[in-house]
Design a protein. Structure first.
Length: 193
């Protein structure tokens, strides 16, 4: 009983955070979703592509259920990092569609297998895993990348939240944010003396 509860709980959280990550693209230009926003090149659409690639891989080949589309090999040095950015020939719709197909594939794996079903992750130091390990890993990674997306989106246009229906608190207007940041800046300067 607890196994099914745990599996469904983790799976529901994964479903929710996937949607939140994709929502971060809404209303932004093609340039803004693709451009590098950190010194390492992190960008919003690249985060979605990366999440899709690894979700397809972890819930696919790890459990002997390969994703039906070609993925770059995990050990291909030439392909390393190509999942973190999007070429001019790849559209927003293609990347979101790829992610949605990866969800469907992952969801089928999660629904089909028991939470203690064995898997094998050859690139991990302890490669023998259970579905539980992979659910927790992908949930943690997707949350991490959604957090990156939160910050990138806020820097781009000030939009915060996890979905279109969740809006910032009313007192978080421009004046409130400016005052809030000034208070934090004063505290940082005072602490550095």
């Amino acid at each position: 009983m607890i196994d099914e509860f745990a599996k469904e709980y983790l799976h529901n959280d994964l479903r929710w955070i996937r949607e939140a990550l994709v929502w971060k693209l809404d209303g932004l230009s093609e340039y803004d979703i693709r451009r590098p926003l950190t010194c390492t090149g992190t960008n919003l659409l690249g985060l979605v592509k990366h999440s899709a690639t690894w979700e397809a891989r972890y819930f696919g080949e790890v459990f002997g259920r390969p994703f039906p589309e070609q993925l770059p090999r995990w050990d291909d040095e030439a392909a390393r990092g190509t999942d973190l950015w999007v070429t001019e020939d790849e559209s927003r719709e293609q990347i979101i569609g790829f992610y949605q197909r990866a969800w469907e594939h992952a969801d089928a794996t999660i629904d089909t297998l028991a939470i203690d079903a064995p898997g094998h992750v050859p690139w991990w130091p302890r490669p023998n895993v259970k579905l539980f390990n992979i659910l927790v890993h992908i949930l943690a990674e997707t949350n991490r990348h959604a957090g990156h997306a939160d910050i990138l989106r806020e820097q781009l246009d000030g939009v915060v939240g996890t979905d279109a229906q969740r809006t910032p608190l009313p007192e978080w207007d421009a004046a409130y944010r400016e005052n809030h940041c000034a208070t934090i800046e004063r505290a940082a300067r005072a602490a550095s003396r």
